[in-house]
Design a protein around this ligand. Structure first.
Ligand SMILES: O=P(O)(O)OC[C@H]1O[C@H](OP(=O)(O)OP(=O)(O)O)[C@H](O)[C@@H]1O
Ligand SMILES: Nc1nc2[nH]cnc2c(=O)[nH]1
Length: 188
């Protein structure tokens, strides 16, 4: 078990030594494009949006004020990494709490990595009667380990190489979700 002081030092060091993959300006330009694409596809459809907590918090908020059409928004909470850097089975903490039967649903998350999280959430929403299920992710990680070979989000902000990243909602051991860019951990 790490002491608090050691962890605090590690957290600072990780930020100092990280590689900046996308600046705040580049991320905001990507979010502008995502918002335009979502508006084009869903602007007339009265959708229900779900933020996937915790990582989806920042991208959902940043998208919302760029979506100028009628929609409802809520959240669900599912976690697979639990503040670590490797995934386990998906744990549902809070299921969707708005009834979306017969309506289109947009799931918003920070990252599509192996995709187990998104695949299970999309299956759940389909089984619960959404008329159609869309997904939006700020980051798609490029590798050959996707949970399903055809798994893609309809709306993608940016793509990254196969490294462990943080910032814009994504954490390193529960920290740095607030980092104002997309950063890769040194050596990971
Ligand atoms: O594509 P996958 O390999 O399934 O990984 C993606 C998921 O991992 C992260 O969540 P995490 O479980 O770390 O919880 P968090 O949202 O609280 O960070 C992220 O927010 C995605 O939901
Ligand atoms: N913070 C963070 N969470 C993830 N969940 C799945 N992949 C990642 C990643 O690269 N970074």
């Amino acid at each position: 078990m790490q002491t608090d002081a050691l962890l605090a030092e590690e957290i600072r060091q990780v930020y100092i030594e990280s590689d900046l993959l996308y600046s705040q300006l580049e991320v905001e330009q990507a979010i502008n494009r995502m918002a335009a694409e979502i508006t084009e596809a869903l602007g007339e459809q009265d959708p229900v949006l779900f933020c996937v907590m915790n990582g989806g918090l920042v991208i959902t908020g940043q998208l919302l004020t760029r979506l100028n059409f009628p929609l409802q928004v809520s959240y669900l909470h599912a976690t697979r990494y639990r503040n670590t850097t490797s995934g386990h089975e998906l744990e549902w903490k809070v299921p969707p709490m708005i009834d979306f039967t017969g309506r289109p649903v947009l799931i918003i998350d920070d990252i599509l990595d192996e995709g187990h999280t998104l695949a299970e959430i999309l299956d759940f929403c389909r089984a619960q009667g959404a008329s159609r299920v869309y997904s939006a992710v700020l980051i798609n990680k490029l590798h050959e380990r996707k949970a399903r070979p055809d798994l893609q989000a309809e709306f993608v902000g940016l793509e990254i190489e196969d490294r462990y990243i943080f910032g814009y909602g994504m954490d390193y051991k529960g920290y740095w979700r607030n980092a104002p860019g997309i950063y890769a951990v040194k050596g990971m």
